[in-house]
Structure formats: C-alpha cells, structure tokens
Design a protein around this ligand. Sequence first.
Ligand code: SAM
Ligand code: SF4
Length: 474
Amino acid sequence: MIYEPQLYAIKDKPMTPFISEREIEETLQRAVPSGEQVRAIIDKSLHKTRLSMQETAMLVNTTDPELVEEIKAGARRLKEQVYGKRIVLFAPLYVGNLCVNNCEYCGFRAANKDQKRTTLSRDELIREVESLEEMGQKRLILVYGEHPKYTPEFIADSVRTVYKVKKDNGEIRRVNINAAPLDIEGFRTVHEAGIGTYQVFQESYHRGAYARYHTGGVKKDYDWRISALDRAQEAGIDDVGIGALFGLYDWRFEVLGLIRHVNHLEAVYNVGPHTISFPRLQRASNVKYDPGWEMTDEEFTRMVAILRLAVPYTGLILTAREPAAIRDEILQFGVSQIDGGTKIEMKAYAEKEREQDLDAEQFAINDNRSLSEVMNELIGNDYLPSFCTACYRAGRTGEHFMEFSVPGFIKRYCTPNAMLTLAEYLEDYAHNGIREKGYRLIQKNLQELENDHFKARLEERLERVRQGERDLYF
Ligand code: SAM
Ligand code: SF4
C-alpha cells in the first residue's frame, strides 16, 4: 500500500514550530504514484477520510492527464456529497492599511511611499458597513495591516462597531478577522468581541523563501507566525483559518505545508482549521513581480481539487483575486466560500463611483462583479448561495463543529439555513428578476428534501421570512 515513513515523527507540541523542510521534500521525492495508487487515494477520500501527507504528495505528483481528470472528477463528487450545491458568500472590508512590514509582494509594505495610507474612522467604518448591508452582505472579514495602532483593543473595538450597525433589515452576523499574529492575551481580547474565524496566512511554509520575501518588520519572524494560530487556540479561538500565498515558492511544497499545518492543529488541539485559503500572487502597487514560481491556471485548478480531496471537511475559500472564469470552474470541485461584490480599496464600498486605483489597495482584484451579479450567476448555475451564520452563533464551532461535520449535518443545518438566508436576500435586496429565479431554486431544493416533517418545518419558516421575520435558522 502507500508508503508511510515514520522517519520524521516530530512530536507536535503547542506553540512549537512543526515544519520540517526535509520531511516535506523527501515526502514529495518518494511519492511516485501509479494509477492504481491514485485511484485508491481518491477512493479513500470519497469515503470522507482525510489524506496523509504521503497520499497528498501522490496526488500532487500526478501529471498523467487522465489521472488528473480522475482527481478532478473525484473532487467534484466529494464536494457534491459533502457540501451539496451550497456556496457561502462573504465580503472583505479593509479597516486600515498602515504597515510596519516590508513583505515584498504587498502594496501595503512600509517602503511603498506611493500607497495612500488610511485607517477608517469610526464613522467611516459605519458608512462602509451600511453600504455592505445595503448590498445584502451578512458575513464580513475585516482586514488590517500590521501596525502599533492596530492593537487587539483597536481590532476588538472595530468588531463591536460592525456588529452594532443595522441598516433597514441589514445586519452583519459574523465578523471574521485577517490581521497580524497576536500574543495570547491579544487573541483573548479579540475573541471576547465575538469574532468568527481568525485567519493568518503563513504565506510560504518554506523558511528560505519566507526569509527572502520578509526582510523587515515583525513579520520577519517565521516561528512567531507559524505558531500564531496555536496562540489563538490557547486563547479560546477555535475557528482558525490557514493559508499560503501561491507564487512565492513551489506550490507542491506549499500544499504539503498546509496539510502539515492541519495535522499539527489536529494533533495538538484536536481540531483542524476551519478554512484554508490559497491566494495567488497578484499585481500590486510598486511590486516587481518575479514569475519564478508563478502557478499556471491549470496547476491552480488541479491544486484546489487536490486540497478538496485531502481535507474533505475543511472549508476552502476562493477570493476575487481570481477572474470570474477561473472562479466558476473551481466552484465545481471544491470551494465552499467565495466573496461577492468585493472592493478592496480603502473606503470604496461607501464611495460607489470610485475608479480602481492600485495605489489605494493591497493588490489588484480580477473579479469586479457586484454581489447581485454573482448571486444571479450562482442561482443561474443551480448553486445555492448562502449567508448562513448559524453554527458559530449556536456554539457549533471548533471541535464541536467537527463532530457535526458529517453529511447528515449539512442536510439538517446548512442547506435549510442556506435557503432561509437566500429567502431573506430575495425579499430585501433582489432585483432584475433574481427574486423569481431564486424562489424557483428554493422550491427545487425543497422538493429534494426526503423528510416530510422537516420539510414542513422549513416551509413554515420560509413563509415567516416572506411575512417579514428575519434571522430564522436551525
Ligand atoms: N497584514 C496582515 C498579514 O500580513 O498577515 C493581514 C493580512 S494581509 C492584509 C492579507 C493577505 O493578503 C496576506 O496574508 C497575503 O497572503 C495576501 N497578499 C498580500 N499581497 C498580495 C498580492 N500581491 N497578491 C495576492 N495576495 C496578496
Ligand atoms: Fe503588511 Fe500584511 Fe502587506 Fe505584509 S502582507 S506588507 S504585513 S499588510
């Protein structure tokens, strides 16, 4: 069967670095897959078992076009089986772009004097959130540079402000964070403000590559960053998001780095990451792009299929960095969350007519569709858009959430809650015929429910939404 070396057996300990380059490199070298092995690995994943690093390496090293197609077909099936047609929607909101670091790829880096620096005032933050609520958004990720001004108290305060903003029927029900690593006390402060997920991307799991791109500021310290989400766990944040920035180093290495990170969190905290992100390097203000490790579209789509198979129950996030065509393709085989109507220039949601300006944003995005356009396309392609935030509000997070992460759970909670939040969207924000299309999709999904008693309960709640009640969920 599949080769499982015990050579490296690094004993995972809390807050202790766990990446061994030798382990990852040798695992990749040793993985020479036969067709039979690749099929056995796909089959294992279709039985909803997480793959080992060795098995993931086998998929990563598969280049035979027929086998690659089988990997993608497997990912497509797994996604349908585990997640159904549901896609969760969110929007990023940049709170401040001051930064002390000099990450070479980022428009916000301290040395970039052309970047227009801003931190949203309380009123500006409120206006941005009102504009997002007017679009129909319910889930946000707040993004910050790394700067002494963005203390845990500052972050916590902005989270509380966002939760308080209510425009008409609008409200933000889940605030996630993408910000610099904090110490345990800092994570505790942010946790108390009621955040959903805390994301920190390792950027590159390879120490050498990491050192090349992070030459100054706090972010230089690889070990402080790799142990960030351990500290978040110690502080009680059990929904954490990991990620790698693809294009800095060999994508095969980074995929195994991500899987090793999943293993570490499972070994030490008994719960893997809630989500994995895989941004690809984009153009940015005054950034000289080095295409040395540029990932082709084909490699990128294949990589997402491999990740889907490797971690069947972990949410995969795809952002508007990618153009609409790639997003549409990748949705089929793996992604569970996308952003919609995204604007990443500071203050851009409230200032609706503003032109895109590379010197006022972190990097360029390639999908400029409005939320309404994204909704229209998702519904047209039979996907079930969801603004659901029920789990985290009902305490179904972390280890607890893992217990529920079985297919029955998605049927019992996620799909009905997707329908209820879609109905809210259709009532409050839909125009141009989306309302009718959306209700037809809800009807179709209702018909597919097998349990008549449950179906009746859901129909009753959908009717209550139509009558004006909001925020109903299972
Ligand atoms: N400053 C914090 C940090 O570095 O962790 C917050 C995150 S930063 C604002 C969000 C993420 O954007 C980074 O972690 C990085 O992966 C990604 N990013 C930076 N520059 C990028 C670029 N040129 N193209 C695509 N993604 C980029
Ligand atoms: Fe600052 Fe984050 Fe950009 Fe690095 S990636 S320069 S830390 S905002």
